[in-house]
Design a protein around this ligand. Structure first.
Ligand SMILES: [Zn+2]
Length: 444
């Protein structure tokens, strides 16, 4: 069987040599005093639970009863989710964030972002995600909203829902798509505020602009975003919708009066799209900020045959997209802007969706931790540390996500040769530590 399955040995050798995993793990700290299980072991336990794609921390509990994983993460005994929770609530976020930045920098140096460049540029996207919603469990940093529900008798009732929301910035042009950073919305603030905080923080974290083009949702078609992007040196492609009323309407009016600049047919997933593009460089951004901007409109008609009353009849559906961009037309022709605009949309479906679906992202168990380590305040009182559990687990997940996908897509010859999916590789690594036969290949 040798050579037919991945071992944790080779994965770890790659992690330590290329990314200093063990050295980073040694930097981890939390709010406990003289803990029996070190913060490094807690980090490595959660990291491996994501690498193995365990469905829950209860599952990690049971994996830890295998002595092999215990010694692998440097723990002297098994421990349960109570220990994990108590540690993670007061986990220091700085070493985790430093590790995520270091991993991404090393990926860039190792040319992981070279493939898929758009006209030679690196592309990142900003998106929001919601995690953990609950009607009963809440913590100090929960966001709240009123929602309408139906009770058992079918009557409409209004209830308060508690939830958490974050904004993440992710590389999107290359096969390896790590997140660069994440920012949580504070109670009472909107996504825009948190996103601006994240964008301001990025150059400080990465020491340079790190990527060249930023893809943004319609919410961000605002002067302050364009000014910030200009200051940092990013170009932007932003969805343009009716919330930017003046620009949207002047673009629609202008394009309605003239034929398309480009037209072509495109095949995607066995469907044929008839694409027509319009492009203008001189529309005023807003009334207050009349600086001319470039706007691209795409009209895409999908022609299909479908059965209507047992007769195959042609049927077409059309879609419209608009984008505003700072990219110059000479270097970025109209079809390239459309392609960039669509890759943000794909990211919405692949980035967070992948994390929530295949990575057990929604870890509600950390949400309302009442049992937390205590610290002494400036006035000498003892109080519970504020709960960092969700933020800590999210950062560990993003580190595991970056490293696992780089391993599968860039490093492993075995994954390439045998066309293994990332999930299949995760199962092999897990099987190796559990010392059970790999479930992937039956003996020939
Ligand atoms: Zn909460």
């Amino acid at each position: 069987m040798k050579g037919h399955a991945h071992s944790l040995l080779s994965f770890s050798a790659w992690l330590n040599k290329g990314f200093d995993l063990r050295a980073h793990a040694a930097q981890m700290s939390d709010a406990r005093t003289d803990p029996e299980i070190s913060p490094s072991s807690i980090f490595l336990a959660v990291f491996h639970s994501f690498v193995f794609r365990l469905p829950s921390f209860q599952q990690l509990d049971s994996e830890l009863s295998h002595s092999h994983l215990q010694s692998w993460i440097g723990a002297e005994r098994a421990f349960g989710d109570d220990t994990l929770r108590y540690s993670l609530c007061g986990f220091d976020l700085d070493p985790l964030e430093a590790m995520l930045v270091d991993v991404n920098r090393r990926l860039k140096r190792g040319k992981a972002f070279d493939e898929g460049r758009v006209q030679g540029r690196l592309v990142a996207a900003l998106d929001g995600i919601e995690v953990l919603s609950s009607f009963s469990r809440r913590c100090d940093s929960c966001l709240e909203r009123r929602v309408i529900l139906k009770d058992q008798a079918g009557r409409k009732i209004e209830q308060t829902q508690y939830y958490h929301r974050a904004v993440g910035c992710q590389m999107v042009h290359s096969p390896v798509k790590p997140f660069l950073a994440i920012e949580w919305l504070q109670p009472g603030e909107g996504e825009y505020t948190a996103a601006l905080r994240l964008l301001h923080r990025l150059p400080d974290m990465y020491g340079s602009r790190f990527f060249d083009i930023l893809l943004l949702d319609a919410l961000y078609a605002q002067t302050s975003v364009l000014e910030l992007a200009h200051k940092i040196g990013w170009d932007a492609v932003i969805s343009l919708k009716q919330n930017s009323r003046d620009l949207y309407q002047s673009a629609v009016r202008l394009f309605a009066s003239r034929p398309p600049d480009v037209g072509f047919r495109e095949q995607r997933d066995r469907k044929i799209y008839q694409v027509q593009l319009w492009d203008t460089e001189g529309l005023p951004f807003t009334i207050d900020n009349p600086e001319p901007v470039r706007v691209v409109r795409s009209e895409e008609v999908l022609d299909r045959n479908r059965y209507r009353e047992a007769v195959l009849t042609p049927h077409s559906t059309d879609h419209e997209w608009l984008w505003v961009t700072t990219l110059p037309k000479q270097v970025f022709p109209t079809p390239v802007i459309r392609q960039l605009g669509h890759s943000r949309w794909k990211n919405e479906n692949n980035g967070w969706m992948d994390l929530t679906k295949h990575w057990a992202f929604k870890h509600g168990f950390l949400h309302a931790c009442r049992h937390r380590p205590k610290q002494t305040t400036a006035s000498g009182e003892r109080e519970s540390v504020s709960n960092h559990g969700l933020a800590a687990v999210t950062l560990i997940l993003l580190i595991a996500f970056a490293l696992s996908s780089a391993f599968v897509l860039r490093h492993s010859k075995l994954a390439r040769r045998e066309h293994l999916t990332a999930i299949a590789v995760a199962a092999q690594l897990r099987a190796w530590v559990s010392k059970t036969p790999p479930p992937i290949r039956a003996p020939d």
